[in-house]
Structure formats: structure tokens, C-alpha cells
Design a protein around this ligand. Structure first.
Ligand code: IMP
Length: 426
């Protein structure tokens, strides 16, 4: 069972990138299973900071293959720009493989995304404006264009023209000639990276080599199980790894759920533990909570244990990774939402939230001490240990990794943490 899967346990932006970067040092391949350039991962190694949107975070750790899987939607211009930037920073990008089954995001998807958001007015979702929803819509409507389709230029050009004509008929202005010309120019650089990645993943699995499946966004943004319609358009939960990469559930050994020590949400939609007071502002400032992709300020709140228990359940999370513990260092008290009150107790979590369930908060003692230099559990203040122990007890899941700063070295690893020995040995 050589798959270790990393999934966002909140509303995205949990810091999956740096956990993947760390675990990738104990893996042979890293494979991203969903989403597109709406995701933004920051990986900091020494003096260098890498900002990634499509290329899996494992690229920096130097794995044998970095796979952008069949469940993703890719924008040729963004992926090529990212490959150029990585190559410019001295990273070997010849190991980046794009699935031939991944769907393309073309300029008309971006135009549609923006037009629909505008039409929604006050009820807008607050999308990242990257064309994600329209690209997934084309996929399920069976009018999408896959990366592998680019091998047949007559066919894809006709498909682009047909799609543009249909979109123009709906009043959105798109220029088929310009899109065809741009994509044609991009093909020679894109195609060497396009291949069957399902076979590649299974080569690693057959050899008993470790594959790290990398999720994008978070559980509460899942198109089916999240706070619909304020969600992204892909399957973000652990199950998305199977359809998004092409392995079966029996291949998965560990599911690492990444959560911040507090909660954030970007874009619109319900967020029960959101803070509108000085504590919320302090979290935003100390946590530098501004989007990697959009630059938007993230909404901040205390850690929502009700939502985290839901994430543990629907993903089958076996281990938690808690990021940004140090952001809580200066609080006298640290809150958690223990449960929701009101509404229908039998309702599924998304409907309970939609019905306005109120968070019941528990305040724990803060530690008012710097944790960023801690390198082991014993280095953490007693109150910080108590906070983590509370999360473990409330979710019945071990917190196996704790990050106390942006550097690779600032991850505390606890006994039994998957891949940690191999990662640290590298
Ligand atoms: P879309 O994925 O661009 O369609 O945006 C849909 C919703 O998901 C919006 O609320 C976005 O802010 C949110 N979203 C998409 N990607 C991310 C991410 O990587 N982190 C956090 N929120 C995201």
C-alpha cells in the first residue's frame, strides 16, 4: 500500500505545500489529483521561496516524478510560466508530467468564470477567477479538451472553434482565432510533458515505491461534501485521489489531513468560527493571511473542531499535520469551536452550517511564548502541548506533524508519523 495521501482538512490554504515538500523527501513520486491554478502553495527552503500553483510541491524535494494527474484542470500558459520560473531557479523540470487525461483551461473558461461571477452579483462565490468551474463543467458536459487531445491538431482546433461559437451564442465574447494561435504556439513546449500518468503511477506502485498523492484546496471546499455552492468545482477529499490519479483505495496506506492551528477561509460562504474582533485581525496579521494566487485577505477564526471531525470522517484521516502553531504564540487564550448548537442535529454538516448552526467555543489557556525554535514535543510550552492534546482527543486522531515556522526544519515530528524517518534521513 505505497500511497500516502495529503488532504486539506479545512477551507484550503492549510499549508499542504510545505507538508508535501517535507514528506516528498521520503517519497519517489508526488502526484496532484485535483484542482488547477486556483491553488497556491508556498514552499520555503533556506533562503529560497517557491510559489507553486499547478506543479506539485514535491518538485523542490527532488522526487523522481512530479505528476499533474487526470483529475486536474490545467492552464497551458500558467503551467508553462511555472516551469520557466522553476527552471530559472535551477530546478530540474524534466520530471514534471501532465496527464493526457487532464482537461485544459482555455481563455474562454476564464471569461465565463468572470462573466458568471459578475452575473451572480451579491451572491457571488468569490472564485479565484481562473476558469476552474467552467473547465470542470465542460469536462462533465463532454465538450472539454484534454491535454492528450493536443496530439491531433485538426481535432483540437475544431473543438476550440465549436466551443467558442457556442459560448459566443450565449453572449460572452471570445476570440477563437487568438485562442487557437496561442495554444498552437504553446504545444511544442507543453507536449514533451504530456503522457499517460496512470501507467506511470502504477510503475511506482508495482515497484513498491512511495507515491505521495497531493490534494488541492480543502475538505470544506469539496464540490459534493463541502459548503455548496460556496465550493470549488473539483473533488478535494481523499476519494478524489482515486479518480484523480487512477489507483484504487487498497493502495492507500496513510491519509494525512493538514489543518492550521486556527481556521481561515477565502472567498464567500459560511464560516462558523469566523472572528470579527481583534483576535481575528491578530490571526490575519501574525499568520500573514493573504492569498498566494489572488492576494485577497483571508477571513480568520478559531480552529473548528466540528468541521475537523467531519474532515477526519469523510477523508479517513489517519494522521493530522498542524501548521502555523507559532501564530498562536501571543494569545492569552486560544479558542476552539467544540461543536455547533441549534439547527437540526440529524442534518449533515454542510446543511447544519447552512441552517445557521452556532459555534460553541471553548477557550484554552494560551502560552505566550515563542515556539518557532521548538524542534521537539518537549520543547513546546505545556499549554501548547495541552492545546494539541485537546485537538487529538476531540478528533480521535494523532497530530503527527506540527509546524512552527515556514522553514523545512521547523516541522516537529512525533513518533509514528508516516514517512518522517525517510524524509529526515534525506
Ligand atoms: P474556484 O476554485 O476558483 O472556482 O473558487 C471557488 C471557491 O474556492 C472560492 O471561494 C475560492 O476562494 C475557493 N478556493 C479555490 N481555490 C482555493 C485555494 O487554493 N485555497 C483556498 N480557497 C480556494
Amino acid at each position: 500500500m505505497p500511497v500516502t495521501l495529503v488532504v486539506g482538512a479545512q477551507w484550503g490554504d492549510e499549508g499542504k505545500g510545505r507538508i508535501v515538500d517535507f514528506l516528498a523527501m521520503g517519497a519517489s513520486a508526488v502526484a496532484r489529483y485535483g484542482g488547477g491554478a486556483n491553488a497556491g502553495h508556498t514552499v520555503q527552503v533556506g533562503e529560497k521561496t517557491y510559489k507553486l500553483r499547478l506543479v506539485p510541491s514535491g518538485i523542490v524535494a527532488g522526487v523522481e516524478a512530479c505528476i499533474i494527474g487526470p483529475g486536474t484542470v490545467i492552464s497551458p500558459s500558467i503551467v508553462l510560466g511555472e516551469l520557466d520560473a522553476l527552471a530559472g531557479a535551477g530546478v530540474d523540470v524534466s520530471r514534471v508530467w501532465i496527464s493526457d487525461l487532464a482537461h485544459l483551461i482555455l481563455p474562454y473558461h476564464v471569461a465565463l468564470d468572470r462573466a458568471w461571477e459578475q452575473a451572480r452579483g451579491g451572491a457571488s462565490i468569490g472564485t479565484t477567477g481562473n476558469g476552474i468551474g467552467p473547465a470542470y463543467m465542460d469536462r462533465v458536459a463532454r465538450v472539454g479538451i484534454r491535454a492528450g487531445d493536443l496530439a491531433d491538431s485538426r481535432r483540437w482546433q475544431q473543438a476550440v472553434r465549436d466551443r467558442c461559437a457556442a459560448i459566443r451564442a450565449h453572449g460572452v465574447d471570445v476570440d477563437a482565432n487568438a485562442i487557437v494561435a496561442e495554444l498552437e504556439a504553446q504545444c511544442p513546449r507543453l507536449m514533451p510533458h504530456v503522457r499517460d500518468t496512470i501507467g506511470l503511477v502504477h510503475e511506482f506502485l508495482r515497484a513498491g515505491k512511495r507515491v505521495l498523492a497531493e490534494g488541492a484546496q480543502g475538505t470544506m471546499l469539496d464540490v459534493g461534501l463541502g459548503t455548496y455552492p460556496y465550493v470549488t468545482s473539483s473533488v478535494t477529499i481523499a476519494g478524489g485521489g482515486e479518480s484523480g490519479l487512477g489507483y484504487g483505495p487498497s493502495h492507500v496506506e496513510h491519509v494525512v489531513g493538514v489543518t492550521k492551528s486556527y481556521a481561515t477561509r477565502v472567498g464567500n460562504g459560511p464560516f462558523p468560527s469566523e472572528l470579527h474582533d481583534a483576535a481575528g485581525t491578530a490571526l490575519q496579521k501574525r499568520g500573514r493571511e493573504f492569498g498566494v494566487v489572488t492576494g485577497r485577505a483571508r477571513r480568520c477564526g478559531w480552529l473548528d473542531l466540528a468541521a475537523l471531525r467531519y474532515a477526519v470522517a469523510v477523508n479517513g484521516i489517519t494522521h493530522l499535520a498542524m501548521t502555523k502553531l507559532d501564530v498562536l504564540d501571543e494569545f492569552d487564550e486560544v479558542g476552539v469551536c467544540s461543536r455547533y448548537a441549534g439547527g437540526d442535529p440529524a442534518a449533515s454538516l454542510p446543511f447544519a452550517i447552512e441552517a445557521g448552526a452556532k459555534p460553541v467555543m471553548t477557550m484554552l489557556r494560551g502560552w505566550r511564548a515563542a515556539t518557532s525554535a521548538a524542534r521537539s514535543w518537549n520543547d513546546l510550552p505545556r499549554e501548547a502541548q495541552a492545546f494539541i492534546a485537546h485537538v487529538e482527543a476531540e478528533t480521535a486522531t494523532p497530530v503527527s506533524y506540527i509546524s512552527v515556522g515556514p522553514e523545512r526544519s521547523q516541522i516537529i515530528v512525533r513518533p509514528g508519523a508516516p514517512l518522517a524517518q525517510a524524509a529526515m534521513a534525506r
